[in-house]
Design a protein around this ligand. Structure first.
Ligand SMILES: C[S@@+](CC[C@H](N)C(=O)[O-])C[C@H]1O[C@@H](n2cnc3c(N)ncnc32)[C@H](O)[C@@H]1O
Length: 440
């Protein structure tokens, strides 16, 4: 048994969140993930970890037994718990109950129930501190538990009775992550020292370090330019990959897409492009409106022909029944990123120019995998997108696993803050300033 702290990781995916544990001298001793392709990447990157592949409901006992075996009487320091978020609803408990009473209860997404086996594992293994990460909607999501419908946060508090639990929705950009990502982080701890810190200072969370305009003495948000501004130039038509970096590559754009993209100005959407034939620039802009159910719908009557000369506009369009019409999409789609702001959240669609705010600020293309990694605070040395057999991961696996993962730097900051509280000799400010070096 070495002197590293010990952790388990549940819903580990390919282990991107676990990079943070490694950076904090924490060994992930046991991990669990459902999908085979993600497990292959995890094993390549964390060969020392006992990874249990399969459904957490079926593997619960094995996870507990293997952890106890590996701990061999030592305590478990941390658990990182990042259940899937696709099923999270904005429905509050009241609305859900009203819908149940009216006989209109929506089907409970089984993915929302995955927190229950995770809590059973935590109850059994008693890690000192647990970090849960999920979409901010989790704070309003209720599920059936013990014959009642309860908010997930209440279930965590009721189950982990020895723990002090603090949920908080945070904007990752406010902690120096070069990406706007609003997420719910819930920290639960049994450590008396950390509990006492909360009594004295009100929170387990470190204060924000960054803001949009460097107000109140905070640093300015880390921007797209800071992180990817100096990478080799690429182009969606003539140069789609770098010779030096296999991950710095982008999909080839067809003629039409390239035309729309290449006529899109900085920080604007191709849906608002103006006439390139006569230069007329007052063609109606794209818009959206809420329909009678309160759902946002993009406008269908946005013009695709110039009002002045009738030439086709370089706007995303499709041919339907012999007629060219505007494509379905909001003005955040086919939009160029702003150099001087953090990126919008990296999602599984980052390689596509139609995705939200993902056209390169200057070049005519989407983001490369390398750029998405850097904006997700994964440096070149952090992670191998290959299996133990040296087989490169498929693009679909890379984009899914990146889009669903937590940027390691935010978990690192939270862990270092907790380590600092527990050891009383750690200077978080020093660490944050050191980390800035990666990005500037
Ligand atoms: C939000 S992702 C986790 C991201 C991860 N922490 C990271 O940073 O890369 C949730 C993961 O839970 C996995 N998962 C979904 N259902 C599961 C189940 N029944 N048992 C175990 N894992 C499951 C998904 O395949 C997915 O990889």
């Amino acid at each position: 048994m070495d002197n590293r702290y010990k952790a388990i990781s549940l819903f580990s995916s390919s282990g991107i969140g676990d990079i943070a544990l490694k950076r904090c001298n924490i060994e992930t001793i046991v991990a669990n993930e459902l999908l085979e392709d993600r497990c292959k990447l995890f094993r390549r990157n964390f060969p020392e970890t006992h990874l249990i592949e399969g459904d957490i409901n079926e593997k619960k006992s094995e996870i507990i037994q293997q952890t106890l075996l590996k701990l061999n009487g030592h305590k478990l320091d941390y658990a990182l718990v990042t259940p899937p978020c696709q099923g999270m609803s904005k429905n509050g408990r009241g609305k859900l109950l009203a819908e149940i009473n009216a006989g209109r209860r929506p089907k409970i997404d089984p993915r929302n129930l995955l927190i229950i086996p995770a809590l059973e594992i935590i109850k059994e293994l008693k890690p000192t501190t647990v970090i849960f990460e999920n979409v901010s909607e989790m704070i309003n999501t209720s599920i059936p538990f013990d014959g009642k419908i309860l908010p997930i946060i209440e279930i965590i508090k009721n189950t982990l009775t020895e723990y002090e639990v603090e949920p908080k929705v945070i904007e990752f950009a406010d902690y120096g992550i070069p990406q706007r990502r609003l997420r719910l982080i819930t920290i639960a701890t049994r450590s008396d020292l950390i509990k006492k810190h909360k009594m004295n200072y009100g929170s387990f969370f470190p204060p924000k370090t960054h803001s949009k305009n460097s107000n109140e003495g905070l640093m300015k948000w880390v921007t797209v330019r800071d992180v990817i501004g100096s990478l080799e130039k690429l182009d969606g038509k003539t140069k789609t990959n770098s010779f030096n970096d296999p991950l710095h590559k982008v999909p080839k754009l067809d003629e039409m897409k390239f035309w729309w993209v290449s006529n899109t100005p900085l920080n604007k959407s191709a849906f608002d492009n103006q006439c390139v034939s006569c230069g007329f620039n007052k063609n109606k802009l794209h818009s959206s409106n809420k329909n009678s159910f309160g759902v946002n719908k993009s406008s269908r009557d946005t013009p695709v022909y110039c009002k002045n000369c009738n030439a086709l506009l370089p706007r995303p369009s499709i041919k339907k029944n012999g007629k060219i019409q505007i494509m379905t999409g909001f003005t955040s789609a086919y939009k160029r990123m702003d150099w001087d702001l953090p990126a919008s959240a990296i999602t599984r669609n980052f390689p596509y120019v139609c995705s939200d705010n993902k056209i390169h600020p200057e070049q005519n293309r989407s983001l490369s995998i390398r750029e998405a990694c850097l904006l997700h605070t994964i440096s070149n040395e952090d992670f191998y997108f290959e299996t133990c057999k040296g087989v490169d991961a498929k693009l679909t696996t890379i984009r899914d696993t990146l889009g669903e993962s937590v940027p390691p730097l935010i978990i690192e900051i939270l862990l270092k803050n907790l380590q600092s509280i527990a050891s009383k000799n750690f200077d978080l400010n020093e660490t944050l300033i050191q980390k800035q070096l990666i990005f500037t």
